[in-house]
Write a protein that binds this ligand. Sequence first.
Ligand SMILES: Cc1ncc(C[n+]2csc(CCOP(=O)(O)OP(=O)(O)O)c2C)c(N)n1
Ligand code: SF4
Ligand SMILES: [Mg+2]
Length: 312
Amino acid sequence: MTTSIKKLPDTEQVLSGNGSCGGCPATMALRIVGKALGPNAIMLLTPSCAVASMGMTPRLGYNWPCINVCFATAGSSASGIANALEIMKEKGRLQGELPTVFSWVGDGGTYDIGLQALSAAAERNDNFIHFCYNNEAYSNTGVQRSGATPRGSFTTTTPTGKRQPKKNMALLMLEHNIPYVATATVAYPGDLYDKVVKARNIPGMKYIEILAPCYLGWQFDMSETVQMSRMAVRCGAWLLWEAENGKISFNNPSSHIISGKKDPVPVDEYLMKQGRFNRFLKGPDASQRIAEIQNDIDREIAFMRERAKIAV
Ligand SMILES: Cc1ncc(C[n+]2csc(CCOP(=O)(O)OP(=O)(O)O)c2C)c(N)n1
Ligand code: SF4
Ligand SMILES: [Mg+2]
């Protein structure tokens, strides 16, 4: 049973007065992550909105020791810290429960710039959680395309709409044979909380990706963040799943879509609610272009349904 939002602990690791936008999905997600991890953790960040929001020492907005590292190095830096802690414990220089090491990185820092170090850390199965909060663009620098940007989306580097589909990063991480991979989003806080609690208790490398609809890049009203996150799941543009030791299972409501019990909602309304698709969908080809985006979603659903049948 998924933990109810009413039952989440009162612990707050994200402090008031941080610099994120109102309705910021990344900050909302981090609040839930904080409830699941508690205070005994070390946070690594790469350049991103999360860094721009955290303030400056000694007035940090996040209540953990925080380390800002180079864009390309979340994987290697987290590996170094996780291994150093274990050696300190072995040598008796650290007592009690080891802190959870986690990296909190955007899609730019995960899908693109940090992929090499992340892949190497996964292959070594180093003991930390990599979180990717995925707002589907480089938001902090004014919204440029990333490997997570979906087909049709306007960014400053795709002014007429991106022409390629996004990649399935969570699945790529699963193919590294790490013990735990999960996807989540802010409209389902209990689901996210439970996944983080689970990940915290598994040794080795864990990867959790959180869809984070950003009003600035996606161009919708900031009060609609949670609604947008829910719509993404209901139309199948974002699937909720987890894989423990390679075995994929889907979480509600994505499990109903995968099992065929429920059809995904057609993508039209989800697209029309977001200004980032306006230019792509303008003109006489609009219905053909919506069909292309729908096709990307249908393909991913069909692919994940088949992939989940392979148990290793
Ligand atoms: C090596 C390097 N290249 C570029 C930048 C400029 N930069 C800072 S934040 C950022 C965007 C990060 O995007 P993402 O990881 O998706 O996080 P978001 O901004 O969306 O939160 C960029 C390109 C940088 N700091 N370092
Ligand atoms: S631009 Fe988007 S991701 Fe960045 S702080 Fe604002 S709402 Fe959050
Ligand atoms: Mg981003």
